[in-house]
Design a protein around this ligand. Structure first.
Ligand code: 5LI
Ligand code: NI
Length: 183
């Protein structure tokens, strides 16, 4: 199982690479890696397991964070109505997005960043994501709210982008034009 020692931290070059597309149909190795990403996210949200293995909680994880520079992400998060969005995807892609922006009022955090970086992270309010699931099927998901933000945070990892790259240096809590605050 993946634990915190397997997660690379800022300064590691892999976090700034463009991750490579996964060759489909996915190999057993790549399927196992993607399953492990999802297992970590779920474990990290389990009170007993996270305590036992000292896991920092996360709502998603991207393969580059375990030093695998391949386009795979896992997201396991509920929206404000309690609807669960649980997806483990190969080659996820934002195929369309709203003009409107959104951001988490509490800011964002990252398991690869061992420090608090305060500030609003402007994201697309709504995104449509396409990807390939573990059964090899193409999925098309329309997202808003926290799930939309989580997917964008993870897909950023595949493009070498950290959440704080989006924060306004001069005024981290600058009100964002045409944006809705979440949370
Ligand atoms: O890349 C994934 N992580 O670093 C896991 C830890 N971060 C979070 O769970 C997290 C926290 C706040 C906002 C967002 Cl969008 C996310 Cl994703
Ligand atoms: Ni992260």
């Amino acid at each position: 199982m993946i634990t915190m020692k397997d997660i690379i931290r800022e300064g590691h070059s892999t976090l700034r690479e463009i991750a490579k597309e996964v060759t489909l149909p996915a190999s057993d190795e790549d399927k196992n890696t993607l399953k492990q990403l999802m297992e970590f996210v779920i474990n990290s949200q389990d009170p007993e397991i996270s305590k036992k293995y000292n896991l920092r909680p996360g709502i998603g994880l991207a393969a580059p964070q375990i030093n695998v520079s391949k386009r795979m992400i896992a997201v396991h998060v509920q929206d404000e109505n309690g609807k669960l969005f649980s997806y483990a995807l190969f080659n996820p892609k934002i195929v369309s997005h709203s003009v409107e922006k959104s951001y988490l009022a509490s800011g964002e955090g990252c398991l690869s960043v061992d420090r608090d970086v305060p500030g609003f992270v402007p994201r697309h309010a709504r995104v449509t994501v396409k990807g390939i699931n573990l059964d090899g099927k193409e999925v098309k998901i329309r997202l808003k709210g926290l799930p939309a933000i989580a997917f964008q945070h993870e897909i950023d990892h595949l493009n070498g982008i950290m959440f704080y790259d989006h924060i306004d240096k001069k005024n981290p809590f600058q009100t964002i034009e045409n944006a809705i605050a979440i949370g």
